[in-house]
Design a protein around this ligand. Sequence first.
Ligand SMILES: *[C@@H]1O[C@H](CO)[C@@H](O)[C@H](O)[C@H]1NC(C)=O
Ligand SMILES: *[C@@H]1O[C@H](CO)[C@@H](O)[C@H](O)[C@H]1NC(C)=O
Ligand SMILES: *[C@@H]1O[C@H](CO)[C@@H](O)[C@H](O)[C@H]1NC(C)=O
Ligand SMILES: *[C@@H]1O[C@H](CO)[C@@H](O)[C@H](O)[C@H]1NC(C)=O
Ligand SMILES: *[C@@H]1O[C@H](CO)[C@@H](O)[C@H](O)[C@H]1NC(C)=O
Ligand SMILES: *[C@@H]1O[C@H](CO)[C@@H](O)[C@H](O)[C@H]1NC(C)=O
Length: 907
Amino acid sequence: MGKHLLLLPGLLLSLPLTAAWTTALHCQVVEGARLPLVSRFFLPCVLDSSLSFLASCVSVTNLTRTLEAVPRNVGGLCLAGPLSVLPQDAFSDFPGLKVLCLTLRITQLLPGALRGLEQLQRLSFLGHPRDALSLAPEAFSNLSSLQHLAFWGLCLDRNLGVRLPPSLQRLAVRYSCLQNVGMLTDIFPDLVLNSSSGEGWALDTLDLSFNLKLNTSGPGALRGLQLRALRLDNTEMKAAAVTGLGLQRLDVLSAAKTGMAELPGDVIAHFGLKALHFQGNTIGRIAPKTLASCHTLESLDLKSSGLTDLPLAFLDAMPRLQTLNLAANHLQIGMLCSNGTGVESGLRVLDLSDNGLWTVPPDAFSCVPHLRTLLLKKNRLAHLDGHVFQGLSRLETLDLTENLQAAPGQGAQASLSELTTPRPLDTAMVPSSIWDFRSTASLSNLILMLPSGRPRILSLPIGLVSLELHAVSGTKPWKLVPPIFPALQKLTLKHWGLQLAVQNVSKIFPALLQLSLLGDSLEALCPQDASRFFLWQHPGLQQLTVTGIRRSPRPCCITGLPSLQELILQNLQAWAPPRPVRLEELVGELPRLEVLQLSHTGLETLSAAGFQGLRRLQVLVLDWEDGLVLDSSLQEHSPQMPQYMYFLSVTLACECANGWVEPWLQHSSRTYVYINEEWCSPKGGGRSKSRLFPFLQSHCPESLGRELFLGTSALLLLLMFLPFLQEARNWALYLRALCRAWLRGQRTEGQGFFYDVFVSHCRQDQGWVVGELVPLLEGFSPGGWGLRACLPERDFEAGKDVADNVADSMMGSRATLCVLSREALCTPRCCTELRLATSRLLAASAPPALLLVFLEPVSRHQLPGYHRLAWLLRPEDYRLWRPDKEGKDDFRAWLGIRLGQGTGGRR
Ligand SMILES: *[C@@H]1O[C@H](CO)[C@@H](O)[C@H](O)[C@H]1NC(C)=O
Ligand SMILES: *[C@@H]1O[C@H](CO)[C@@H](O)[C@H](O)[C@H]1NC(C)=O
Ligand SMILES: *[C@@H]1O[C@H](CO)[C@@H](O)[C@H](O)[C@H]1NC(C)=O
Ligand SMILES: *[C@@H]1O[C@H](CO)[C@@H](O)[C@H](O)[C@H]1NC(C)=O
Ligand SMILES: *[C@@H]1O[C@H](CO)[C@@H](O)[C@H](O)[C@H]1NC(C)=O
Ligand SMILES: *[C@@H]1O[C@H](CO)[C@@H](O)[C@H](O)[C@H]1NC(C)=O
């Protein structure tokens, strides 16, 4: 396809798999890789962005109707709404579904409801604890790929003997009414050792967290179960109860906020736990005896545990410890290494954030030389000795943000500036406070707060890959040393604190890929003069995020970034006075941009001009914009529009300028548009009570309707075909035939036709054509109409070029009838013929020129792009064939009318 793509740069993108939808269906579709852009509409479902295609539907009342609108190839599906019954075979059209998340009001899950979901890997039910869900014992047994099964907030206590598929790895019953682990095993007896077979089940994770009343287990409730992880967060379970569960194996215990007052030393010792997540329990002090049983731990989370000190030789007691979280306690850091035996700890990650630390003694980290990540944010560090980090030769990530806010007194700011100034030129610096970066040459991620006050030189490790600098707004800028950061890929600036010549920035950060500007830092990169163009001309930059503080008086035009792929602009609209912004004032020439997300930018008009420089744009997400006008120039511009447009918390203006939108939404097969908001904003602001489309229909003249749409779309549809001709042969054949058809269409207008109907079908459907269709068309009255049909196999002139044959026959026929089945859609020749046939639609002066028969239900989503043209047809131009008597009669009546036979009379 490559060559054609080059020929037609405006048509680079393949068609979306869905047609445009309006709000009525309350469904949203997204490509997995783009999920983060719209994820708030997929909450609370846990979806995997590696899935190719995801859909989320809300307000589901009629499942059949909702699912009709969902592409068959989705890998993940979230359904929410008041639906109370899940019918048999509800998802049989979605055999490829891997993730299913149901936030419905169903009370009963019948055995056949999930039939056919053999590939399903994750299944979640969400609801309210007052809703009881009754499960058939065999409801899940045929889900042979199921790995995760989750119930959130649903009471399961009336169920007994529900079988679990052997593939299951994670079971979660959260926010439920469980009081007793024994209840769980009554519901799911597979969890318990079957004494006659002797083998225990193995599960990766059993998650019982947020069962607020769960307090007992009953001895041996999970006897024989082999678990990697057990989660009991926010329950009332006690340590002793965990030991008594009868588990055969447990590696990870998560027991945050369980109200335990002591580290569960006996649980750790009993299972030889590798990880304990114990945050939010008020421990205060760790007894030396308990510590002695912790030697197997590799990860320990004691965040918010009310710890005031650590026992002697704390790290020595846990020789395997790699990750330690001590955030949000009242610790003095000196204790960590003090009174140890001098043995090195293998600790890699240490979080000491939010401990109210004032100082760090010089030898504070002397016993943890393998530390890679050190988090010290949200402390009150007022003095750091120069040698604190000296032994940390493997340190990669250091977070020192939010350390100044709470610091009282005068000395604090100066001291932190010493930290960040290893070779100060300022003679006032105290030499002993120099932070020597030679010892932290490995540092690659640094997050720093720049102190206000007298600006200095900021000297940083040259190997930094990621740098985040926070400055106090309005600070005088610091000078960066060294002059070049050859490895820096990610730069985040919260407010502007740097003295940089922006014109030279690609020399200073040659490898930069991601830039985030927060606060008012955009101001420094956008001159105040009339042009307001973004100055940072970095040829390699791929991602740019700008989050303003809603103060900029005028928009800044981001332009001239040749590699930029993703641009996020948010909170740029000035509070007062609000000034309406056009898209072209925000973005300019960004030839590789694929994703554009705008929120609170004050955007008011979206017109073709805005997309001029965005030739590769695939996804446009607009959020929190009010009173948007979609200029009708977009209609002409459709082929260049992004494939996916999401209007999230966005209202369109109640203005006739938007009148073209609804017909376009209904027929655009090029762009998938999702409009979440069904209300529109009245002119001049204010809260509105008009529904968008009814308003437009009642207030705006008919002239913006269908004819206009068809007229303009015909040409673009014609263009749309071109990139889809994959084989060069077909391409040539098609173009030639199209030209001839066109010419002949002109010539033969008004002349007679040789055939009444040209039948396009593929070989696989020949049986139906010969058996059902031909007798009807060519048979004698009363069974048939005695028409002249042209069948390719029978009536094509031998020896004549195929393209000529097709074009001649089609043009010589009053109507073309395309027979479609799934098989036909997979056959190249059929596709070519259909392309030709659909081109008739464009060339014909007197429809109906093209009729379609579907031999089996074919979802529009199964249709490749060019076939989706079929949906441009009026509903009366296509029919689904059904073999029963009623279906045949219906088909006959329809075809008769369309071909000018029968009751409808000749047209
Ligand atoms: C649900 O929708 C389908 C298709 O739109 C329709 O045939 C069916 O009657 C509807 N069911 C109910 C209960 O409304
Ligand atoms: C599970 O599959 C078997 C064999 O395919 C079938 O007989 C049975 O009815 C299915 N059970 C359910 C609940 O779908
Ligand atoms: C235990 O296993 C035996 C044989 O494997 C089986 O017949 C029995 O139903 C199982 N019991 C339970 C409670 O699963
Ligand atoms: C568990 O909680 C219930 C009330 O929620 C209480 O009646 C019962 O005594 C508790 N059991 C234990 C072992 O604490
Ligand atoms: C532990 O170390 C501190 C100094 O770091 C010292 O004052 C204290 O006496 C030591 N305690 C023991 C028991 O060794
Ligand atoms: C660009 O950098 C060079 C040194 O590399 C410097 O001399 C020049 O002044 C800088 N240009 C601007 C506009 O700051």
